[in-house]
Design a protein around this ligand. Structure first.
Ligand SMILES: [Zn+2]
Length: 309
């Protein structure tokens, strides 16, 4: 018998790959909002149903983690749904894309970003700047097709300098850790032959008009978040600072296995979640449920994510 999970997810994945875009009008894959004079567009790339090992949170009781997941996703037992949502920022002078989606190269259930970008009326050649939060495949694979062709042909590509230094190290593909070796090989596939067109940035540097890079290290060595400001409005784009609201916003001290340096990731998470709640600025997070924007509010023992209406 098909499990409930298969019934819920498989048809959507099949439909996404088989049907032409117009039939998707009932389920818009992009959402627009304003920030000052900027126009922002959240672009849906699909959902990554990540299998969870029993101890995938290193420093929490398995029962507490399972309870948090069951509360958030009553029908799921063995996977954690991580939505993938990239953000397009039109500053009025520049079209800036923050992270690029998975391009269907990570899992079958994700890869709709380009279609939704087209539905939003933007062709990839129009993108002026691509900002990368970190070098995991679900954030950089959209830079190239499976055949290795560049997608955003006119864009300046900007990446965290510390991310580049770590993942492009020539010794890394030989790492004894399989995931690290695999990600390093993928980073070389994406960036190797376009290195001269890539600009590296450091935390606190303005990387596009109104957009400043922020140190959010820990998930990966150079992981960056971004502060976007226009007029007297601003927001924080968190990347993978917290990959699931019910787990890592509610329990910011929990260290998932996918955070490479757990303690540093917790420090980054506490610093930026505190900033978002204290300054009452909205956030967008790459893996929160689409359209992935909302407010962070302080709650006992952590924070709550309140999705934007
Ligand atoms: Zn990610």
């Amino acid at each position: 018998m098909l499990s409930r999970r298969v019934l819920l997810t498989a048809p959507a994945a099949l439909v996404a790959t088989l049907l032409p875009a117009p039939l998707f009008a009932a389920a818009p894959g992009f959402q627009r909002f304003r920030l000052g004079t900027f126009e922002l567009t959240a672009l849906d790339d699909g959902v990554w149903h990540r299998p969870m090992g029993k101890d995938f949170v290193r420093n929490a009781q398995g029962a507490a983690v399972r309870r948090a997941i069951a509360d958030a996703h009553p029908r799921r037992r063995d996977t954690l749904p991580l939505a993938i949502t990239a953000l397009l920022v039109n500053t009025g002078t520049k079209l800036v894309l923050i992270d690029t989606g998975s391009a269907g190269q990570v899992v079958d259930t994700a890869g709709t970003l380009m279609r939704n970008l087209a539905a939003a009326g933007v062709t990839p050649e129009k993108i002026d700047i691509v900002l990368i939060s970190h070098f995991h495949p679900d954030h950089i694979d959209g830079l190239k097709t499976k055949d290795g062709a560049r997608v955003f042909t006119n864009a300046e590509i900007k990446v965290p300098a510390r991310e580049w230094a770590f993942w492009m190290d020539e010794a890394l593909p030989g790492s004894a850790k399989p995931a690290i070796a695999r990600y390093a090989r993928n980073a070389r596939r994406i960036f190797g032959d376009i290195a001269r067109d890539v600009t590296q940035f450091m935390p606190n540097q303005e990387v596009a008009p109104g957009i400043v890079a922020l140190d959010a290290a820990g998930h990966t060595p150079g992981h960056a978040a971004f502060a976007v400001a226009s007029g007297n409005e601003s927001m924080l784009v968190l990347g993978d600072l917290a990959s699931h609201p019910a787990l890592f916003v509610r329990h910011p001290e929990w260290q998932p296995g996918w955070d490479m340096d757990g303690a540093t990731a917790v420090a980054s998470r506490l610093r930026l979640l505190d900033r978002a709640s204290a300054d009452r600025v909205p956030v967008q997070a790459y893996h929160f449920p689409f359209p992935s924007g909302g407010q962070i509010v302080r709650a006992s023992g952590g924070y709550d994510f309140v999705p934007a209406p």
